[in-house]
Ligand binder design. Structure first.
Ligand SMILES: Cc1cc2nc3c(=O)[nH]c(=O)nc-3n(C[C@H](O)[C@H](O)[C@H](O)COP(=O)(O)OP(=O)(O)OC[C@H]3O[C@@H](n4cnc5c(N)ncnc54)[C@H](O)[C@@H]3O)c2cc1C
Length: 394
Protein backbone atom coordinates (compact mmCIF):
# COMPACT_ATOMS: atom_id res chain seq x y z
CA UNK A 1 0.00 0.00 0.00
CA UNK A 2 1.39 3.39 -1.01
CA UNK A 3 0.50 6.11 1.48
CA UNK A 4 1.55 9.29 -0.25
CA UNK A 5 -0.22 11.97 -2.23
CA UNK A 6 0.38 12.15 -5.99
CA UNK A 7 2.51 15.00 -7.38
CA UNK A 8 -0.71 16.63 -8.67
CA UNK A 9 -2.20 16.51 -5.19
CA UNK A 10 1.00 17.97 -3.72
CA UNK A 11 0.83 20.80 -6.27
CA UNK A 12 -2.79 21.37 -5.26
CA UNK A 13 -1.74 21.48 -1.60
CA UNK A 14 0.88 24.13 -2.41
CA UNK A 15 -1.76 26.18 -4.26
CA UNK A 16 -4.14 26.00 -1.27
CA UNK A 17 -1.34 26.96 1.15
CA UNK A 18 -0.34 29.95 -0.95
CA UNK A 19 -3.96 31.10 -1.13
CA UNK A 20 -4.37 30.81 2.64
CA UNK A 21 -1.18 32.76 3.31
CA UNK A 22 -2.23 35.52 0.92
CA UNK A 23 -5.95 35.77 1.65
CA UNK A 24 -6.92 34.55 5.12
CA UNK A 25 -7.38 37.70 7.26
CA UNK A 26 -5.01 37.35 10.29
CA UNK A 27 -7.63 38.61 12.76
CA UNK A 28 -10.08 35.88 11.69
CA UNK A 29 -7.33 33.23 12.00
CA UNK A 30 -6.32 34.57 15.44
CA UNK A 31 -9.88 34.36 16.79
CA UNK A 32 -10.30 30.86 15.35
CA UNK A 33 -7.01 29.69 16.93
CA UNK A 34 -8.09 31.04 20.31
CA UNK A 35 -11.22 28.92 20.22
CA UNK A 36 -13.97 31.51 19.74
CA UNK A 37 -17.26 30.28 18.34
CA UNK A 38 -17.55 32.04 15.03
CA UNK A 39 -20.06 34.78 14.72
CA UNK A 40 -21.55 35.24 11.29
CA UNK A 41 -20.31 38.78 10.68
CA UNK A 42 -16.76 37.88 11.73
CA UNK A 43 -16.31 35.12 9.19
CA UNK A 44 -18.30 36.61 6.32
CA UNK A 45 -15.25 38.35 4.74
CA UNK A 46 -13.51 34.96 4.54
CA UNK A 47 -16.46 33.37 2.73
CA UNK A 48 -16.40 36.23 0.21
CA UNK A 49 -12.72 35.59 -0.50
CA UNK A 50 -13.42 31.90 -1.02
CA UNK A 51 -16.31 32.74 -3.31
CA UNK A 52 -14.17 35.12 -5.37
CA UNK A 53 -11.69 32.27 -5.85
CA UNK A 54 -14.45 29.75 -6.74
CA UNK A 55 -13.69 27.72 -3.61
CA UNK A 56 -16.79 28.51 -1.53
CA UNK A 57 -18.38 25.07 -1.83
CA UNK A 58 -15.92 22.15 -1.97
CA UNK A 59 -18.77 19.72 -1.23
CA UNK A 60 -21.05 20.72 -4.12
CA UNK A 61 -20.96 19.41 -7.67
CA UNK A 62 -19.21 21.78 -10.09
CA UNK A 63 -22.39 22.34 -12.13
CA UNK A 64 -23.97 24.13 -9.15
CA UNK A 65 -20.97 26.31 -8.31
CA UNK A 66 -18.94 23.71 -6.38
CA UNK A 67 -15.25 23.17 -6.95
CA UNK A 68 -15.46 19.83 -8.74
CA UNK A 69 -12.51 18.63 -6.66
CA UNK A 70 -11.75 14.97 -6.10
CA UNK A 71 -12.40 13.60 -2.61
CA UNK A 72 -8.63 13.70 -1.95
CA UNK A 73 -8.47 17.37 -2.96
CA UNK A 74 -11.41 18.18 -0.68
CA UNK A 75 -9.61 16.41 2.09
CA UNK A 76 -6.37 18.31 1.47
CA UNK A 77 -8.30 21.58 1.45
CA UNK A 78 -9.95 20.79 4.80
CA UNK A 79 -6.58 19.81 6.27
CA UNK A 80 -4.80 22.96 5.13
CA UNK A 81 -7.66 25.18 6.30
CA UNK A 82 -7.45 23.51 9.71
CA UNK A 83 -3.69 24.05 9.93
CA UNK A 84 -4.02 27.69 8.88
CA UNK A 85 -6.78 28.38 11.46
CA UNK A 86 -9.32 29.12 8.74
CA UNK A 87 -12.92 28.98 10.07
CA UNK A 88 -15.83 27.17 8.46
CA UNK A 89 -18.65 29.33 7.12
CA UNK A 90 -22.14 28.07 8.01
CA UNK A 91 -21.31 24.37 8.05
CA UNK A 92 -25.01 23.56 7.73
CA UNK A 93 -25.46 25.73 4.60
CA UNK A 94 -22.28 24.75 2.81
CA UNK A 95 -21.89 21.08 3.79
CA UNK A 96 -25.45 19.90 4.43
CA UNK A 97 -28.30 22.03 3.04
CA UNK A 98 -26.30 22.88 -0.10
CA UNK A 99 -25.50 19.28 -1.07
CA UNK A 100 -29.12 18.25 -0.28
CA UNK A 101 -30.48 21.02 -2.55
CA UNK A 102 -28.03 20.10 -5.32
CA UNK A 103 -29.10 16.45 -5.14
CA UNK A 104 -32.84 16.64 -4.37
CA UNK A 105 -33.99 20.27 -4.83
CA UNK A 106 -36.22 21.49 -7.68
CA UNK A 107 -34.62 23.81 -10.23
CA UNK A 108 -36.67 26.69 -8.72
CA UNK A 109 -35.23 26.00 -5.25
CA UNK A 110 -31.69 25.68 -6.60
CA UNK A 111 -32.13 28.93 -8.48
CA UNK A 112 -33.42 30.76 -5.40
CA UNK A 113 -30.93 29.45 -2.86
CA UNK A 114 -27.63 28.18 -4.22
CA UNK A 115 -26.05 31.38 -5.51
CA UNK A 116 -26.81 33.44 -2.35
CA UNK A 117 -25.45 30.55 -0.26
CA UNK A 118 -22.20 30.60 -2.24
CA UNK A 119 -21.90 34.36 -1.62
CA UNK A 120 -22.41 33.76 2.10
CA UNK A 121 -25.67 35.71 2.16
CA UNK A 122 -27.72 32.86 3.66
CA UNK A 123 -26.89 31.15 6.93
CA UNK A 124 -28.72 27.87 7.64
CA UNK A 125 -29.55 25.79 10.69
CA UNK A 126 -30.56 22.14 10.90
CA UNK A 127 -33.91 21.42 12.56
CA UNK A 128 -33.90 17.68 13.13
CA UNK A 129 -33.67 16.93 16.87
CA UNK A 130 -36.66 17.38 19.17
CA UNK A 131 -37.10 16.99 22.93
CA UNK A 132 -38.26 13.37 22.48
CA UNK A 133 -36.43 12.59 19.24
CA UNK A 134 -32.63 12.70 19.08
CA UNK A 135 -31.05 9.29 18.55
CA UNK A 136 -34.49 8.00 17.62
CA UNK A 137 -34.94 10.72 14.99
CA UNK A 138 -37.74 8.95 13.13
CA UNK A 139 -40.06 9.46 16.11
CA UNK A 140 -40.09 13.25 15.66
CA UNK A 141 -43.46 14.97 16.11
CA UNK A 142 -43.24 18.31 14.30
CA UNK A 143 -46.07 18.32 11.76
CA UNK A 144 -46.26 19.96 8.34
CA UNK A 145 -49.79 20.02 6.91
CA UNK A 146 -50.55 21.11 3.34
CA UNK A 147 -52.99 24.04 3.19
CA UNK A 148 -53.51 25.46 -0.31
CA UNK A 149 -50.18 26.76 -1.59
CA UNK A 150 -48.54 26.49 1.82
CA UNK A 151 -47.38 23.99 4.38
CA UNK A 152 -48.31 24.89 7.96
CA UNK A 153 -45.62 23.71 10.37
CA UNK A 154 -46.12 23.18 14.11
CA UNK A 155 -43.74 21.67 16.65
CA UNK A 156 -40.53 22.15 18.60
CA UNK A 157 -36.86 21.64 17.77
CA UNK A 158 -33.98 21.55 20.23
CA UNK A 159 -30.17 21.80 20.19
CA UNK A 160 -30.46 23.76 16.96
CA UNK A 161 -26.95 25.10 16.33
CA UNK A 162 -26.85 28.70 15.06
CA UNK A 163 -30.66 29.08 14.92
CA UNK A 164 -30.21 32.55 16.44
CA UNK A 165 -28.23 33.76 13.44
CA UNK A 166 -29.73 31.66 10.66
CA UNK A 167 -31.90 32.91 7.79
CA UNK A 168 -33.37 29.47 7.11
CA UNK A 169 -33.83 26.09 8.74
CA UNK A 170 -33.82 22.77 6.93
CA UNK A 171 -36.72 21.42 8.92
CA UNK A 172 -37.52 17.73 9.14
CA UNK A 173 -41.27 17.38 9.73
CA UNK A 174 -43.96 14.74 9.61
CA UNK A 175 -46.21 15.02 6.56
CA UNK A 176 -47.91 11.61 6.87
CA UNK A 177 -48.99 10.01 10.14
CA UNK A 178 -50.54 6.90 8.59
CA UNK A 179 -47.32 5.19 7.46
CA UNK A 180 -44.32 3.82 9.39
CA UNK A 181 -42.35 6.66 11.05
CA UNK A 182 -39.47 6.90 8.53
CA UNK A 183 -41.85 6.92 5.56
CA UNK A 184 -43.88 9.95 6.67
CA UNK A 185 -41.15 12.60 6.92
CA UNK A 186 -40.36 15.53 4.62
CA UNK A 187 -37.63 18.15 4.52
CA UNK A 188 -38.80 21.73 4.17
CA UNK A 189 -36.91 25.01 4.05
CA UNK A 190 -38.34 27.28 6.76
CA UNK A 191 -37.53 31.02 6.91
CA UNK A 192 -36.44 31.85 10.47
CA UNK A 193 -38.11 35.26 10.35
CA UNK A 194 -41.54 33.80 9.52
CA UNK A 195 -44.34 34.70 11.98
CA UNK A 196 -44.65 31.93 14.59
CA UNK A 197 -40.91 31.08 14.88
CA UNK A 198 -39.42 31.70 18.34
CA UNK A 199 -35.75 31.02 19.10
CA UNK A 200 -34.65 30.61 22.70
CA UNK A 201 -30.90 30.19 23.43
CA UNK A 202 -29.56 27.36 25.60
CA UNK A 203 -26.52 28.19 27.73
CA UNK A 204 -23.86 25.51 27.34
CA UNK A 205 -21.06 24.40 29.67
CA UNK A 206 -18.43 26.07 27.48
CA UNK A 207 -19.85 29.48 28.40
CA UNK A 208 -21.50 30.19 25.05
CA UNK A 209 -25.04 29.99 23.67
CA UNK A 210 -24.67 28.51 20.19
CA UNK A 211 -27.49 25.96 20.49
CA UNK A 212 -31.15 26.83 20.81
CA UNK A 213 -34.70 25.69 21.30
CA UNK A 214 -36.91 26.61 18.36
CA UNK A 215 -40.67 26.85 18.85
CA UNK A 216 -42.71 26.59 15.65
CA UNK A 217 -46.34 27.68 15.92
CA UNK A 218 -48.52 27.50 12.80
CA UNK A 219 -45.69 28.71 10.58
CA UNK A 220 -46.72 29.11 6.93
CA UNK A 221 -44.13 28.13 4.35
CA UNK A 222 -44.67 28.14 0.56
CA UNK A 223 -45.33 24.57 -0.58
CA UNK A 224 -42.52 24.75 -3.16
CA UNK A 225 -40.03 25.04 -0.24
CA UNK A 226 -40.48 21.29 0.22
CA UNK A 227 -37.29 19.55 -0.93
CA UNK A 228 -37.96 16.67 -3.33
CA UNK A 229 -41.17 14.63 -3.13
CA UNK A 230 -43.49 14.64 -0.11
CA UNK A 231 -42.49 11.94 2.42
CA UNK A 232 -38.98 11.52 1.00
CA UNK A 233 -37.30 13.33 3.93
CA UNK A 234 -35.74 10.25 5.52
CA UNK A 235 -33.55 9.50 2.48
CA UNK A 236 -32.50 13.16 2.36
CA UNK A 237 -31.73 13.19 6.10
CA UNK A 238 -29.55 10.08 5.73
CA UNK A 239 -27.73 11.66 2.79
CA UNK A 240 -27.16 14.82 4.85
CA UNK A 241 -25.98 12.98 7.98
CA UNK A 242 -23.59 11.00 5.78
CA UNK A 243 -21.90 14.30 4.92
CA UNK A 244 -21.70 15.18 8.61
CA UNK A 245 -20.16 11.86 9.57
CA UNK A 246 -17.25 11.92 7.12
CA UNK A 247 -16.55 15.45 8.28
CA UNK A 248 -16.41 14.17 11.85
CA UNK A 249 -12.84 12.86 11.62
CA UNK A 250 -11.85 16.47 12.49
CA UNK A 251 -8.45 15.96 10.90
CA UNK A 252 -7.94 19.63 10.09
CA UNK A 253 -8.57 20.51 13.72
CA UNK A 254 -6.44 17.62 15.01
CA UNK A 255 -3.51 18.64 12.81
CA UNK A 256 -3.92 22.17 14.15
CA UNK A 257 -3.60 20.88 17.73
CA UNK A 258 -0.64 18.66 16.87
CA UNK A 259 1.25 21.52 15.22
CA UNK A 260 0.83 23.98 18.10
CA UNK A 261 1.25 21.69 21.15
CA UNK A 262 5.10 21.45 20.88
CA UNK A 263 5.31 25.27 20.88
CA UNK A 264 3.04 25.37 23.91
CA UNK A 265 5.30 22.92 25.77
CA UNK A 266 8.42 24.93 24.83
CA UNK A 267 6.75 28.16 25.96
CA UNK A 268 5.78 26.71 29.34
CA UNK A 269 9.25 25.15 29.78
CA UNK A 270 10.65 28.66 29.30
CA UNK A 271 8.34 29.81 32.10
CA UNK A 272 9.52 27.13 34.52
CA UNK A 273 7.65 23.95 33.62
CA UNK A 274 9.87 21.13 35.00
CA UNK A 275 11.64 19.16 32.25
CA UNK A 276 10.33 15.85 33.62
CA UNK A 277 6.76 17.07 33.20
CA UNK A 278 7.52 18.52 29.75
CA UNK A 279 8.87 15.11 28.75
CA UNK A 280 5.61 13.45 29.74
CA UNK A 281 3.65 15.97 27.63
CA UNK A 282 5.95 15.35 24.64
CA UNK A 283 5.31 11.62 25.03
CA UNK A 284 1.53 12.21 25.06
CA UNK A 285 1.87 14.43 22.00
CA UNK A 286 3.84 11.75 20.12
CA UNK A 287 1.30 9.09 21.04
CA UNK A 288 -1.54 11.27 19.80
CA UNK A 289 0.35 12.04 16.57
CA UNK A 290 0.64 8.30 15.87
CA UNK A 291 -3.07 7.77 16.51
CA UNK A 292 -4.00 10.72 14.29
CA UNK A 293 -1.78 9.31 11.50
CA UNK A 294 -3.68 6.02 11.78
CA UNK A 295 -6.99 7.89 11.70
CA UNK A 296 -5.87 9.80 8.62
CA UNK A 297 -5.07 6.54 6.83
CA UNK A 298 -8.53 5.21 7.72
CA UNK A 299 -10.11 8.38 6.31
CA UNK A 300 -8.08 8.05 3.11
CA UNK A 301 -9.15 4.43 2.78
CA UNK A 302 -12.80 5.49 3.14
CA UNK A 303 -12.30 8.27 0.58
CA UNK A 304 -10.77 5.79 -1.85
CA UNK A 305 -13.49 3.18 -1.24
CA UNK A 306 -16.69 2.50 -3.09
CA UNK A 307 -20.17 2.54 -1.55
CA UNK A 308 -21.04 -0.40 0.67
CA UNK A 309 -22.05 -1.32 4.24
CA UNK A 310 -18.41 -1.50 5.43
CA UNK A 311 -17.98 2.12 4.41
CA UNK A 312 -20.85 3.23 6.66
CA UNK A 313 -19.35 1.30 9.57
CA UNK A 314 -15.92 2.80 8.89
CA UNK A 315 -17.40 6.33 8.87
CA UNK A 316 -18.97 5.61 12.26
CA UNK A 317 -15.66 4.31 13.65
CA UNK A 318 -13.89 7.40 12.32
CA UNK A 319 -16.46 9.66 13.98
CA UNK A 320 -15.90 7.95 17.37
CA UNK A 321 -12.11 8.23 17.04
CA UNK A 322 -12.21 11.83 15.78
CA UNK A 323 -14.17 13.02 18.83
CA UNK A 324 -12.00 11.00 21.25
CA UNK A 325 -8.75 12.41 19.81
CA UNK A 326 -10.05 15.97 19.92
CA UNK A 327 -10.74 15.52 23.61
CA UNK A 328 -7.26 14.06 24.15
CA UNK A 329 -5.66 16.99 22.31
CA UNK A 330 -7.67 19.61 24.21
CA UNK A 331 -7.03 17.80 27.51
CA UNK A 332 -3.28 17.79 26.80
CA UNK A 333 -3.29 21.55 26.18
CA UNK A 334 -5.16 22.08 29.46
CA UNK A 335 -2.60 19.94 31.32
CA UNK A 336 0.34 21.84 29.82
CA UNK A 337 -1.15 25.22 30.77
CA UNK A 338 -2.10 23.98 34.25
CA UNK A 339 -3.76 26.52 36.57
CA UNK A 340 -3.73 29.20 33.86
CA UNK A 341 -6.88 27.67 32.35
CA UNK A 342 -8.90 27.97 35.58
CA UNK A 343 -11.10 31.08 36.00
CA UNK A 344 -10.43 32.63 39.42
CA UNK A 345 -12.27 34.81 41.93
CA UNK A 346 -10.82 38.25 42.61
CA UNK A 347 -8.94 38.38 45.93
CA UNK A 348 -11.16 39.81 48.65
CA UNK A 349 -14.29 39.65 46.53
CA UNK A 350 -15.52 36.12 46.22
CA UNK A 351 -18.51 37.19 44.16
CA UNK A 352 -16.56 38.50 41.18
CA UNK A 353 -14.63 36.48 38.67
CA UNK A 354 -11.24 38.06 38.12
CA UNK A 355 -10.98 36.58 34.67
CA UNK A 356 -7.96 34.60 35.87
CA UNK A 357 -7.04 32.95 32.66
CA UNK A 358 -5.49 35.00 29.87
CA UNK A 359 -7.79 34.90 26.79
CA UNK A 360 -5.74 32.27 24.95
CA UNK A 361 -5.85 29.89 27.92
CA UNK A 362 -9.56 30.61 28.50
CA UNK A 363 -10.23 29.69 24.86
CA UNK A 364 -8.56 26.35 25.48
CA UNK A 365 -10.90 25.61 28.39
CA UNK A 366 -13.83 26.55 26.18
CA UNK A 367 -12.69 24.24 23.43
CA UNK A 368 -12.04 21.34 25.79
CA UNK A 369 -15.55 21.65 27.22
CA UNK A 370 -17.10 22.03 23.76
CA UNK A 371 -15.47 18.91 22.32
CA UNK A 372 -17.49 16.70 24.64
CA UNK A 373 -20.40 17.61 22.37
CA UNK A 374 -18.56 15.94 19.48
CA UNK A 375 -19.31 12.61 21.15
CA UNK A 376 -23.03 13.42 20.76
CA UNK A 377 -23.94 15.53 17.73
CA UNK A 378 -24.35 13.89 14.35
CA UNK A 379 -25.15 10.66 16.21
CA UNK A 380 -23.76 9.79 19.66
CA UNK A 381 -20.87 7.36 20.15
CA UNK A 382 -23.32 4.69 21.31
CA UNK A 383 -25.41 5.09 18.18
CA UNK A 384 -22.26 4.91 16.02
CA UNK A 385 -21.33 1.67 17.80
CA UNK A 386 -24.81 0.31 17.10
CA UNK A 387 -24.28 1.11 13.40
CA UNK A 388 -20.92 -0.69 13.38
CA UNK A 389 -22.48 -3.73 15.07
CA UNK A 390 -25.56 -3.89 12.88
CA UNK A 391 -23.69 -3.42 9.58
CA UNK A 392 -20.65 -5.60 10.27
CA UNK A 393 -21.51 -8.29 12.78
CA UNK A 394 -25.22 -9.02 12.71
C1 LIG B 1 -23.56 20.91 20.76
C2 LIG B 1 -24.67 20.22 20.04
C3 LIG B 1 -25.13 20.72 18.84
C4 LIG B 1 -26.20 20.11 18.19
N1 LIG B 1 -26.68 20.67 17.03
C5 LIG B 1 -27.78 20.15 16.44
C6 LIG B 1 -28.36 20.79 15.30
O1 LIG B 1 -27.86 21.80 14.80
N2 LIG B 1 -29.50 20.25 14.78
C7 LIG B 1 -30.09 19.13 15.28
O2 LIG B 1 -31.09 18.70 14.75
N3 LIG B 1 -29.57 18.50 16.39
C8 LIG B 1 -28.44 19.00 16.97
N4 LIG B 1 -27.90 18.39 18.09
C9 LIG B 1 -28.63 17.28 18.69
C10 LIG B 1 -27.96 15.93 18.54
O3 LIG B 1 -28.09 15.44 17.24
C11 LIG B 1 -28.63 15.02 19.58
O4 LIG B 1 -28.28 15.52 20.85
C12 LIG B 1 -28.17 13.58 19.47
O5 LIG B 1 -28.68 12.98 18.30
C13 LIG B 1 -28.60 12.75 20.69
O6 LIG B 1 -29.96 12.89 20.90
P1 LIG B 1 -30.54 13.27 22.35
O7 LIG B 1 -29.81 14.48 22.85
O8 LIG B 1 -32.02 13.37 22.23
O9 LIG B 1 -30.16 12.10 23.31
P2 LIG B 1 -30.90 10.65 23.41
O10 LIG B 1 -31.20 10.15 22.05
O11 LIG B 1 -32.03 10.80 24.37
O12 LIG B 1 -29.77 9.80 24.04
C14 LIG B 1 -29.43 9.88 25.45
C15 LIG B 1 -28.34 8.85 25.71
O13 LIG B 1 -28.82 7.53 25.42
C16 LIG B 1 -27.99 6.89 24.46
N5 LIG B 1 -28.81 6.11 23.54
C17 LIG B 1 -29.93 6.52 22.91
N6 LIG B 1 -30.42 5.52 22.13
C18 LIG B 1 -29.57 4.48 22.26
C19 LIG B 1 -29.51 3.17 21.69
N7 LIG B 1 -30.43 2.75 20.80
N8 LIG B 1 -28.47 2.37 22.02
C20 LIG B 1 -27.53 2.78 22.90
N9 LIG B 1 -27.52 4.02 23.49
C21 LIG B 1 -28.53 4.86 23.17
C22 LIG B 1 -27.29 8.01 23.71
O14 LIG B 1 -26.06 7.62 23.16
C23 LIG B 1 -27.11 9.03 24.83
O15 LIG B 1 -25.94 8.74 25.56
C24 LIG B 1 -26.81 18.96 18.73
C25 LIG B 1 -26.32 18.43 19.94
C26 LIG B 1 -25.28 19.05 20.58
C27 LIG B 1 -24.79 18.46 21.90
Amino acid sequence: MRLAFSSEDEAFRAEVRAFLVAELPPEIARREAMGFHNKRATVHPWQQKLHARGWAAPNWPAEFGGTGWSSIQRYIFELECGLANAPEYSLIAMSMAGPVLCRFGSSALRHEFLEPMLRGDYWFCQGFSEPQAGSDLASLRTRAVRDGDDYVITGQKIWTTDAHMADYMICLARTDTEVKPQAGLSMIIMPMDAPGVTVRPIDTIDGDAHVNEVFIEDVRVPAHYLIGDPNSGWAQAKFLLGHERTHNAYLGMLRRYLSRIPQLIDGETGRGLPELEAKEYRRRHARLAIDVDALEWSVLRVLAGTEGPALGAAASAISIRGAAYLLRAADLEMAILGPQVVPRFAPGDMGVLAGGAPPAAAGRTTQYLYWWAATIFGGSDEIQRNIIWSTMFR
